[in-house]
Design a protein around this ligand. Structure first.
Ligand code: ZN
Length: 360
């Protein structure tokens, strides 16, 4: 174990977009660690039909390989994966909360080589740290899987984009911290039962009866019950049968630039959970989407409160029968806004709107 970096070694952050690193990350890992060598065999089974890796399948396989039960708390799962695959974890106070980075360093000595993987994330509550750590682990596994997919030619570089990688890593984080089997059991009666007596009283006074079936309090209770972050909970709810049962759509807004141009800062939809029958076109300013009260609530609301407005949203819906097509329509519905201030981070605005099945 010398200290000089080897010429053939590799040092730096795990790259996004198709594993463009000077030396193969896969090779470095499998040369230096038995656990990676064993895992890298036969990973082609983790690719989807379109060639892109399947995050939930990967997470399920890791849980199985490590003998983790469905009820294992996320902290234990993340620790088990870090130990098995030699990830060092640290909290870096220069990183923003909710952000993280993975670096790989290879030292080579006279007789052997040693690599180290470090996952550094920003400070934040423990539950959130586990989600972010799991997310960063996702980036490493993804980089290795993408190398394989590119090597065997089921995927080309132009099919891999940074947004898809982010989606993968959040999906992986969720799959690791809360298995599919558990997520699938969420339904209307179950989430009602999660509320405390105080929360139930707050829900009962919401002016719009349609909005009482699923609120900010339900979302928070779900996250707490499964010890996952609110963000991971929203990932799980996307197209979840629960959203069909409670007939609602969910959006989270924050001040951001246009994702494609990097310009035009404004309040934008940053994450959403959609019922099976429709969606709001993202990456637009909220006003264009029809969330007219959003700016005012964002600027003035007390965090945690619920303010209901009637909105006319511009959405797309799925046409039933025949091949899936999406058509534009206007949805006039009640929408509940809640401002959420995340410690050391910016304010978010959660919107939950009634969204009945247009075909029902
Ligand atoms: Zn990421």
């Amino acid at each position: 174990m010398g200290h000089a970096s080897s010429d053939s070694g590799w040092e730096g952050h795990v790259p996004q977009t198709g594993g463009k690193c000077p030396t193969s990350l896969k090779r470095v890992l499998s040369e230096t660690w038995e656990a990676w060598r064993a895992w890298i065999v036969d990973q082609e089974r983790l690719l989807r039909e379109d060639g892109f890796p399947d995050a939930r399948r990967l997470a399920a396989r890791l849980r199985r390989t490590l003998g983790l039960r469905a009820s294992a708390p996320p902290g234990d799962v993340v620790t088990a994966v870090c130990e098995a695959f030699h990830f060092n974890r640290s909290v870096d106070h220069n990183e923003a909360p909710g952000a993280g980075a993975v670096s790989v360093r290879v030292d080579s000595g006279l007789y052997d080589k040693q690599a180290s993987l470090r996952v550094a994330i920003g400070a934040g509550p423990m539950v959130r740290r586990h989600s972010v750590w799991a997310h960063e682990l996702g980036h490493v596994f993804l980089a290795v899987l993408l190398e394989s997919a590119l090597e065997i030619g089921v995927l080309t570089r132009d099919q891999v984009d940074a947004l898809e990688e982010e989606r993968f890593s959040w999906d992986f984080s969720l799959g690791l911290c809360c298995p599919d089997k558990v997520v699938a059991s969420w339904n209307r009666g179950y989430v009602q039962a999660l509320l405390s007596a105080d929360e139930r009283r707050l829900v009962d006074v919401i002016e719009s009866p349609a909005l009482r079936a699923f609120t900010y309090y339900h979302l928070r209770a779900l996250a707490c019950a499964h010890r996952i972050s609110m963000r991971a909970t929203l990932v799980a709810l996307d197209r979840h049968p629960l959203l069909a049962q409670v007939a609602c759509g969910i959006g989270v807004f924050r001040v951001a630039r246009n994702r494609h141009t990097g310009l035009d800062r404004g309040l934008r939809m940053w994450q959403s959970a959609r019922p099976p029958w429709g969606y709001v076109v993202t990456n637009r300013r909220v006003r264009r989407q029809g969330f007219r009260a959003a700016h005012e609530v964002y600027a003035k609301a007390e965090p945690g409160g619920i303010a209901v407005y009637r909105e006319r949203l511009s959405v797309r819906r799925r046409t039933m029968g025949g091949p899936t097509k999406w058509t534009d329509y206007e949805l006039t519905v009640d929408c509940a806004y809640t401002a959420v201030d995340v410690r050391d981070e910016s304010r978010f605005l959660l919107a939950i709107w009634h969204w009945p099945n247009p075909e029902a």
